[in-house]
Design a binder for this molecule. Structure first.
Ligand code: HEC
Ligand code: HEC
Length: 398
């Protein structure tokens, strides 16, 4: 069987029942609504990993006050807070330096991406189980109430979140394991480390703006979103079900039940319904952006790959690592593509790029100006400073 065939079979097996719908317009509202609830609140039974194995519930209830939780980038959904609680936080009568407040927020289902079971034991609320949801990494809040507290913004990557530091809080890990997780930093996570033992974190990407794109992840491993949702849900979150990928030899099963397969169509529909956010008015110079578009399509040769309405040729082809400007990895690790199923990179879609620095799979470009300078140098484009500046304004406008 050819690699292509193997891939197609893997997608069929892995994305079973997901349909091939990457078209946002074809999606039913009921399915989207269900997918939203799954995205925000469903753990697929991953408490087995976060509670039974990692014992994070013990750490949270003993030592994680809201100040600490916000410091590791966790976000609070202001709309889940009753008026008495918002008032108490605003006037200081609710302590943000007590782990009990964290448990109270968890009980209200107000901590984005964490799902808790809180039981009354001896007259006191005790956190007995905790799991994580997709929203942990792929939602943030608009800070409308206070920094870290506001309305949910689903699909926006949480680049304040330090997933490694959260995992490293676990009393079940060795000092060596903790050192690896603590090294990743904010907004980064290595979704293959626990399988191939290589630590080289990826920036958490947006889960918006993916309608019409039939290659998912920075290496285009999946032909639909559901493929990767199953991968992360089972192999990273520890949800109950199975993920099998012959191209990498990854085969993971958790539990004896399947709490994920049936949810994937709705989960995918919800993500396809999330548009990339438009650039805020005043955040770029329209005249310079118009000149920059000419550079993008002309001297910069960007449109050779960033083509079409989503600014990607992902539906036509992937690119070998020697065509991209983001390898070698900044930390000396093997190229990320070499660890993937395709061994190649997908041209990143650019809508909403203004929203999610740093850039490239490994975050090696801090700003859009750094991106343009990387291309100018590595591809010997010979752009003038004015062309660079205009191109940056165009990228900011998308
Ligand atoms: C611990 C953080 C974390 C959690 C939890 C998580 N993801 Fe991700 N997600 C990532 C990272 C890191 C990547 C980048 C992977 C890559 O490109 O190889 C990613 C990639 C993706 C992509 C691909 C985006 C693109 O541009 O193609 C989608 C979609 C996505 N995740 C959705 C989800 C959903 C839905 C869930 C819940 C089932 C989930 N993620 C759970 C960290 C996370
Ligand atoms: C050979 C094809 C190709 C060309 C030409 C190309 N790109 Fe890219 N671009 C890619 C690929 C592939 C990625 C993803 C690389 C990665 O994830 O590390 C990418 C990533 C990016 C990103 C980062 C997006 C993100 O979400 O992190 C930006 C911005 C970008 N390119 C802009 C440009 C500009 C501006 C030009 C022209 C100067 C250009 N590209 C030329 C293929 C190309």
């Amino acid at each position: 069987m050819s690699m292509r065939m193997v891939g197609a079979v893997a997608v069929l097996v892995a994305g079973c029942g997901s349909g091939n719908g990457q078209d946002a317009t074809a999606i039913e509202p009921d399915l989207v609504a269900r997918g939203k609830a799954i995205f925000r609140h469903d753990t697929f039974g991953d408490e087995t990993q976060w509670t039974d194995a990692l014992r994070l519930h013990e750490v949270i209830r003993a030592a994680v006050d809201p100040v600490t939780a916000l410091a590791v980038g966790l976000k609070v959904d202001a709309e889940a807070l009753p008026p008495a609680v918002t008032k108490g936080i605003a006037d200081g009568s609710i302590s943000l330096t007590s782990p009990d407040t964290t448990v109270a927020l968890l009980k209200l289902d107000a901590v984005v991406g964490l799902k808790a079971t809180v039981e009354s034991i001896g007259g006191k609320d005790v956190l007995t189980r905790v799991g994580v949801t997709c929203a942990l990494c792929h939602s943030t809040v608009d800070d409308s109430f206070a920094p870290g507290i506001g309305k949910r913004l689903d699909g926006w990557p949480n680049r304040d979140l330090d997933p490694g530091r959260i995992i490293a809080l676990s009393p079940a890990l060795s000092p060596a394991q903790k050192a690896v997780y603590n090294s990743w930093g904010k907004g980064r996570y290595d979704p293959r480390f626990n399988l191939d033992g290589i630590s080289s974190p990826q920036v958490i990407p947006p889960a918006y703006g993916l309608a019409g794109i039939a290659r998912i992840t920075s290496t285009g491993d999946g032909e639909d979103i559901a493929y990767w949702n199953r991968y992360v849900g089972v192999t990273q979150m520890g949800g109950h079900g199975t993920f099998t990928e012959p191209r990498t030899g990854v085969s993971v099963t958790h539990g004896t039940d399947d709490l994920i397969s049936e949810k994937l169509p709705a989960l995918q529909a919800y993500q396809l319904s999330l548009p990339a956010p438009a650039a805020p008015a005043g955040s770029f110079d329209p005249a310079a952006a118009a000149r920059g578009e000419a550079v993008f399509r002309g001297a910069g040769r960007c449109a050779d790959c960033h083509s079409g309405g989503e600014f990607t040729d992902a539906n036509l082809r992937l690119h070998s690592p020697d065509e991209v400007v983001s390898e070698p990895e900044p930390d000396g690790a093997p190229g990320y593509a070499s660890r993937s199923a395709t061994k190649q990179y997908r041209t990143a879609p650019l809508r909403g790029a203004w929203q999610h620095p740093p850039y490239f799979h490994n975050g090696s470009a801090r700003t859009l100006a750094d991106v343009v300078r990387a291309y100018d140098t590595r591809k010997s484009l010979g752009l003038s400073q004015a062309q660079v500046d205009d191109l940056v304004q165009f990228l900011k406008s998308l």
